[in-house]
Design a protein around this ligand. Structure first.
Ligand code: NDP
Length: 294
């Protein structure tokens, strides 16, 4: 425990773990770090962090241990050989993985005498330690409250419930939206560049589309809740025609068509299922039933 009563261990020094360490140091925490590739700690040690000589000693240094690893397999690779050192620790696992693996990890940690929180960091490293953005948490609520001060150094705390799978579930739902959206943007940039139009040329319009998505989410959400797929604003048949124009334009530019073709395929299946005159929202039932491969 640090002399000011504020101390933490951070295991994993990728871009995210490093940002967390810097945020703790900026708030005068005593920070013990450990990383498989020790050299990644060099500048953090120069900034005031302490590099533990072993992962076991990193665990022993503080009650609160933040894990920032690529996935849960990395956690087991590091901690399975030293499970005796887990007893009495609070593991806050801010690594990405599936809800089921989060539940298994919570049971595993508890078996070894640790208390466990699942987390999903919904911010990029540059936002860690700022008032913007948040991290999902699930697990014992009293544990979140006990360590709220330290957890809030990283970001705002969004507690989702006792089930250790919930934070991972909320996080993966968010990443489903995030990765597909960002890749769609990159795809549109590739099409633009294939025609000599730069990313900067289209940036204002790309931003406009991205901003407008939140309006669509708010418009469609109550309709989705009510099961109302009325095609008064958009018809799926219009969507098929529009996506065909997109795919043809993409192909003519020599750009990979897989992404827009996947969307067109879903649209066509919706029409084939009888939704030509319904809204895009009618696809939700097909997607939920798993009847569309995309
Ligand atoms: P990285 O994958 O870049 O680094 C993660 C850390 O995991 C490194 O310290 C790496 O060690 C360690 N690691 C990976 N595999 C093993 C292993 N088998 N044994 C031991 N250590 C291992 O991830 P980030 O720092 O970018 O992200 C950390 C977590 O945060 C991830 O789960 C990510 O999904 C999530 N996240 C990341 C965001 C981002 O923008 N970066 C945004 C939101 C969430 P070594 O240095 O030795 O390779």
């Amino acid at each position: 425990m640090g002399t000011n009563g504020r101390s933490v261990t951070v295991i994993g020094l990728g871009p995210m773990g490093r940002a967390m360490v810097r945020a703790y140091l900026a708030r005068d925490y005593e920070v013990t770090v450990w990383n498989r590739t020790a050299s990644k700690a060099d500048d953090l040690v120069a900034a005031g962090a302490r590099l533990a000589p072993s992962v076991e000693q990193a665990l022993g240094a503080n009650e609160l241990v933040i894990l920032s690893l690529t996935d849960y397999a990395a956690m087991y690779a590091l901690l399975e050989p030293v499970t005796a050192a887990l007893s009495g620790r609070v593991l806050a696992n801010l690594s990405s993985d599936t809800p089921e693996r989060a539940r298994e990890a919570a049971a595993w940690a508890t078996r070894h005498g640790a208390r466990y929180l699942t987390a999903g960091v919904a911010v990029s490293p540059d936002v860690v330690g700022t008032p913007d953005g948040f991290t999902y948490y699930s697990g014992p609520e009293d544990l979140v409250e006990e360590h709220r001060g330290a957890l809030e150094v990283i970001s705002r705390v969004e507690y989702r419930g006792e089930d250790p799978g919930l934070a991972a579930l909320y996080y993966q739902i968010q990443m489903d939206l995030f990765w597909t959206s960002l890749t769609a943007w990159l795809h549109s940039v590739a099409v633009a560049e294939a025609h000599g139009i730069s990313v900067e040329d289209i940036l204002p319009y790309s931003v406009d589309v991205a901003d407008s998505l939140s309006t669509f989410f708010r418009f469609y959400a109550p309709r989705l809740s009510a099961g109302d797929d009325t095609g008064d604003v958009d018809r799926l048949a219009m969507g098929v025609a529009s996506m065909e124009h997109v795919v043809d334009t993409v192909r003519a530019g020599g750009v990979a068509t897989g992404l827009p073709e996947a969307v067109l395929d879903v649209f066509r299946r919706g029409v084939a299922a009888g939704h030509a005159n319904d809204s895009l929202t009618s696809l939700r039932s097909l997607l939920r039933a798993g009847t569309v491969p995309a």
